[in-house]
Ligand binder design. Structure first.
Ligand SMILES: [Zn+2]
Length: 248
C-alpha cells in the first residue's frame, strides 16, 4: 500500500534535537522550518536525511513518516480513517458513561440554577432525552455562566458594560467564569441569556427558555432538543429568534 501511496511531501532534515534516550523520540526540523516529534524508529534521524511525510498536508495529521527509505510509522488513508472513527466512537462512549455516572452532581448544578435557566435545561433534556448525554452538560455550563453574569450585572447597561471589559476584568467581576472554561461561542450564548434575564427593552426572561441551544448551529435543532421544536405551541416568531438576536 505504501508503495502506491502518492499523498506525501518530502523535506530535508536540517537539525535534530531533544533526543530522549528513554522513549527514543526526538524532534526534527526540516528545511521549511517546521518541527516534528519523531517516535522511536529503526535509527536516530540525522541532518541531511530526507523525511517523507504522508498525509493531506498542513493542518492534517501526519499518518506516515519515512526517513531515508525507512518506515518510522505508517497508516494508509483507509487505516487512518478507520482508526479515527474508532477513537471518536470510544470518546463518545466515554462521554456517555461519564454523563450517567455524574447524574447526581449534575442534578445539583441544575437545582442551583435560577428558575428560568433551570427550565431551559430541563426543556432540552425532556425534548431530546436520548442524546442528552452529548449536549446538555455544555448547556448547563452556559446557564451557570449566564446566571453568574446576571447576578453581577442585573441591568442591560451593566451587561453592555461587562462585555466591553478586558478578560482579566471580566474574570474579576464574575470569578465563576474562570472555572467554567467556556469557548467564545459559549460565552456569547451566556451573555445573550444574561441580557434576556434583565427583562429590559426587547429582552424577556421568557426567552431564556425559548431561545436556541448553543449547539443548534453544530448539531441542528432536532438533535439537541431545541425549544424551536415546540414553536407551534409558542409564539413561532419568538421561538425562532436567531442565535445572534435580542442584542438590544
Ligand atoms: Zn435550535
Amino acid at each position: 500500500m505504501i508503495d502506491t501511496d502518492q499523498e506525501f511531501k518530502e523535506k530535508l532534515i536540517t537539525s535534530v534535537s531533544h533526543l530522549n534516550a528513554d522513549t527514543g523520540t526526538c524532534a526534527i526540523t526540516t528545511d521549511d522550518n517546521w518541527s516534528f516529534i519523531v517516535p522511536r524508529g529503526p535509527f536516530t534521524p540525522q541532518p541531511g536525511q530526507t523525511a517523507r511525510f504522508y498525509g493531506r498536508g498542513v493542518g492534517y495529521t501526519v499518518r506516515g513518516l519515512v526517513i531515508d527509505g525507512h518506515v518510522f510509522f505508517y497508516e494508509s488513508v483507509a487505516e487512518h480513517h478507520a482508526r479515527q472513527v474508532r477513537e471518536q466512537q470510544a470518546r463518545l462512549e466515554a462521554e456517555r458513561v461519564a454523563y450517567d455516572q455524574n447524574a447526581e452532581p449534575r442534578e445539583a448544578r441544575i437545582q442551583a440554577l435560577p428558575e428560568p435557566f433551570r427550565r431551559r435545561v430541563r426543556g432540552f433534556v425532556r425534548r431530546a432525552p436520548a442524546t442528552a448525554w452529548r449536549h446538555q452538560d455544555h448547556e448547563i455550563v452556559i446557564c451557570q455562566a449566564a446566571a453568574a453574569i446576571h447576578a453581577a450585572c442585573p441591568t442591560l447597561d451593566a451587561v453592555q458594560a461587562f462585555v466591553t471589559l478586558q478578560i482579566p476584568e471580566m474574570l474579576e467581576r464574575v470569578p465563576l467564569l474562570n472555572d467554567l472554561g467556556l469557548s467564545g461561542n459559549g460565552f456569547d450564548a451566556a451573555v445573550r441569556l444574561a441580557r434576556y434575564a434583565t427583562g429590559e427593552g426587547t429582552n424577556s426572561p421568557v426567552l431564556i427558555e425559548r431561545d436556541h441551544h448553543a449547539l443548534c448551529p453544530l448539531f441542528g435543532c432536532q438533535q439537541v432538543g431545541c425549544a424551536a421544536l415546540e414553536a407551534g405551541t409558542w409564539d413561532a416568531a419568538v421561538a425562532a429568534q436567531p442565535a445572534s438576536g435580542a442584542d438590544t
